[in-house]
Design a protein around this ligand. Structure first.
Ligand code: ZN
Length: 170
C-alpha cells in the first residue's frame, strides 16, 4: 500500500459507503495507519491509497507511540458545524505543498468504529481540521480546491511540477 499523488484520477473518485465492518476492513485500516506513519502524516483517507472506501485514519500527534490518539472513522458524516478559521494545511498526496484553508472550528461527526458501533463525537481545533480535510477526500475534494486565488497562484508552480511528474510516469 502506497500513497497516491496528485493528479492521479483515483483522488477524484472519492469513497463509497462501507456495508460491513469485518476483519478485512480492520486489516485495511491498520495498514493505512502504518502508511500514514511511514509518510509522516496525521491523517489519511482511503482514496489516497487507491481505495474507494468511506474510511479514514488519523493521529493528531503523528507519532506511532501515541496509540491512544489513533482514530479510525468508518462512514463518517458531519452532522453539525460551527465557526470558521483559516489555517495552514498540507496533504500526503501533495508532497511539499502547504496552503491556507478555511475550515469550521467545531464539528460533530457521526461515524462507525471498527467494532461497528455508531458514534457521535464533537471535535474542535486541529482534530476538526484534520477530519474535514480527510472527509473532503471521501468526496473527491482536494485541499487545493479550497484555497484562495492568491494562494492558488502561489502554489501553481509546485502543482505543475506534480502534474509533470505524474505524466512522466504514465
Ligand atoms: Zn489530504
Amino acid at each position: 500500500m502506497e500513497v497516491v499523488y496528485y493528479p492521479d484520477p483515483v483522488l477524484r473518485r472519492g469513497g463509497k459507503p462501507i456495508p460491513a465492518i469485518d476483519e478485512q476492513l480492520r486489516a485495511t485500516a491498520s495498514e493505512m495507519l502504518e502508511v500514514m506513519y511511514r509518510y509522516r502524516g496525521v491523517g489519511l483517507a482511503a482514496p489516497q491509497v487507491g481505495l474507494e472506501l468511506d474510511l479514514m485514519v488519523l493521529n493528531p500527534s503523528g507519532d506511532k507511540k501515541d496509540k491512544d490518539e489513533e482514530m479510525v472513522l468508518v462512514n463518517p458524516k458531519i452532522v453539525e458545524r460551527k465557526g470558521s478559521e483559516f489555517g495552514e494545511e498540507g496533504c500526503l498526496s501533495f508532497p511539499g505543498i502547504y496552503a491556507d484553508v478555511e475550515r469550521n472550528l467545531e464539528i460533530t461527526v457521526e461515524y462507525q468504529d471498527l467494532e461497528g458501533e455508531t458514534k457521535k463525537i464533537h471535535f474542535d481545533d486541529f482534530l476538526a481540521r484534520i477530519i474535514q480535510h480527510e472527509l473532503d477526500h471521501l468526496t473527491g475534494v482536494l485541499f487545493v480546491d479550497r484555497v484562495s486565488s492568491v494562494e492558488k497562484l502561489r502554489i501553481r508552480g509546485k502543482l505543475q511540477e506534480l502534474e509533470q511528474k505524474f505524466q512522466a510516469q504514465t
